[in-house]
Ligand binder design. Structure first.
Ligand code: 4AD
Ligand code: MG
Length: 477
């Protein structure tokens, strides 16, 4: 008999007809009750076996972690805790699991422990919930942009350009590291490398997305991005997924409006589509918060936080206003900031972002018009000559979730900026062409997908919202 997904079984309810399911044993109690989970939903299906009818060797192999195919009758449950249960008539062992060695026991494991078992952690309630929410978010992202008339474009993963100008890139090469060809001056001779030039993994698809926006109008990318920054924090990955919309004829205000509408739209969708998982994660979040000292606890529960973001406008503040707020703030005056705010133009650290979002405004904040010196070369210069049309969206508990800007569409201004910042102009010839042939005002932003998943699931560490995290000194699995 063809197996049905447990999610469907639980939705359909007791039918007193035969039914078959397959999945992994979460627990086996009293030689009688199998809690089976197939990943389709948070809930397990209670399956009742008649152990007297089983042969001893099969009984022994029903252990936590084993994979079973069960056939039987779907009936109203006798016990409390579930509405239906499967009265098992036939058991097929699909894959045994040594109970002495299987690391995921039916007890609470620490997230750190589970990170080392990343190939098995999805068999826990927490990780399966997070991954279902992640999947629903990804779908909602595509849905949003498709409904808004955007086109999905795939920008290259291997590239010659450094979009962010930050130089934190992974090189891509087929040269023999033991015996690399050298030029006369002793540098690596990239001419004999695979692409005949220096290449790396992309840090952003933006530059190529701009080319496509200036032809298709409104486009978005959603792909992997790589950064070799040595940041061992709860918010940084070396490989992460980024969503980058890019829109022709948009100015910075249009850009901020779209970003806000986008985020609230996807959150709204998962609130209704992932109710069960989010309820579970909300409970989990509240438990975690309880174990923290009073002062460090989140003032809101997880669901409350999501709803708050959906229901309230983001606060829009210029860098200069934010700078004044920070400079005059209590923690700054009492020298509580690790990086004191002393002069206009300093880059904001996460402690400052958190102060603004979590203490001062108490809501998501869009900061705009940043000093040119702390932002990338492609951002549009304001008439004050000091600031650029940049915007960052800051979220409670996360910090920066979006970075974007209106792009510099004026050829001379852009060329000057590239020179000032000592960026290789030759490499950007095609990007400059876009300003030579039908240049128009345009804007875009990048949203770090894992940071969005973090916010939505309440997971504290970014390593716990991507299946197999890549971080400094860690690329297992
Ligand atoms: O602010 P960033 O560097 O902006 C860009 O890359 C632009 N080219 C985007 C654009 O305008 N099209 O990165 C955008 C977002 C950040 O706000 C953050 O959410 C995420 O990407 N991000 C990271 N997420 C996880 N790990 C990292 N190491 C990240 N670096 C950036
Ligand atoms: Mg940024």
């Amino acid at each position: 008999m063809k197996a049905v997904k447990i999610k469907k079984v639980l939705q359909t309810g007791a039918t007193n007809t035969s039914c078959s399911v397959q999945g992994w044993v979460r627990t086996f109690r009293a030689n009688r009750f199998v809690a089976l989970n197939d990943g389709s939903t948070l809930d397990n299906l209670q399956c009742v076996v008649d152990f007297e009818a089983l042969d001893e060797s099969l009984l022994k192999q029903i252990t936590t972690g084993a994979a079973l195919h069960l056939e039987g009758n779907l009936v109203e449950s006798q016990g409390s805790g579930q509405n239906v249960e499967l009265q098992v008539e036939k058991i097929t062992l699909l894959g045994a699991s040594d109970p002495e060695k299987y690391p995921i026991q039916p007890k609470k494991h620490s997230l750190e422990f589970l990170r080392e078992k990343a190939h098995l952690r999805v068999r826990t309630a927490t990780f399966s919930s997070v991954m279902r929410v992640r999947s629903a978010l990804a779908f909602a992202v595509h849905e949003f942009f498709q409904e808004e008339g955007f086109f999905y474009v795939n920008t290259p993963i291997i590239t010659g350009s450094d979009a962010e100008g930050a130089g934190e890139m992974f090189h891509v090469s087929t040269l023999d590291p033991k015996n690399p060809p050298l030029t006369e001056t002793g540098d690596l001779d990239y001419k004999s490398d695979f692409f005949g030039k220096e290449t790396n993994l992309t840090v952003s698809g933006q530059l190529e997305a701009e080319a496509y926006a200036l032809g298709l109008g409104d486009v978005y990318t959603f792909g992997p991005t790589f950064r070799a920054e040595n940041s061992n924090t709860t918010r940084h990955l070396a490989e992460f997924w980024m969503i980058e919309p890019e829109m022709a004829f948009y100015d910075l205000n249009d850009n901020m409006n779209l970003a806000e509408k986008f985020i609230t739209s996807v959150l709204k969708k998962v609130l209704t589509r992932c109710e069960k998982d989010l309820q579970f994660l909300d409970d989990r979040f509240n438990q975690e918060e309880k174990s923290k000292p009073q002062l460090q606890r989140s003032p809101m529960g997880l669901l409350e936080k999501i709803k708050f973001v959906v229901d309230n406008d983001f606060k829009r503040v210029s860098y200069t206003e934010a700078y004044e707020i920070l400079r005059n703030s209590k923690p700054n005056k009492k020298k509580k900031f690790q990086f004191p705010i002393t002069e206009w133009g300093v880059d904001l650290q996460s402690e400052h972002e958190r102060f603004l979002v979590e203490k001062h405004f108490n809501c998501p904040v869009i900061l705009f018009d940043y000093p040119a010196n702390i932002k990338a070369f492609y951002m549009r210069r304001n008439d004050d000559e000091k600031t650029v049309r940049a915007m960052d969206i800051l979220f409670p508990g996360i910090g920066e979730i979006v970075g974007g800007s209106q792009r510099e569409e004026r050829l001379e201004v852009l060329e000057k900026r590239i020179e000032e910042m000592k960026i290789d102009k030759e490499e950007l010839w095609w990007y400059l062409d876009l300003r030579r042939f039908g240049s128009v005002p345009h804007s875009g932003f990048g949203l770090g997908f894992e940071r969005l998943v973090q916010f939505t699931t309440g997971m504290n560490n970014i390593r716990d919202v991507i299946p197999f995290p890549r971080t400094p000194q860690n690329a297992s699995f």
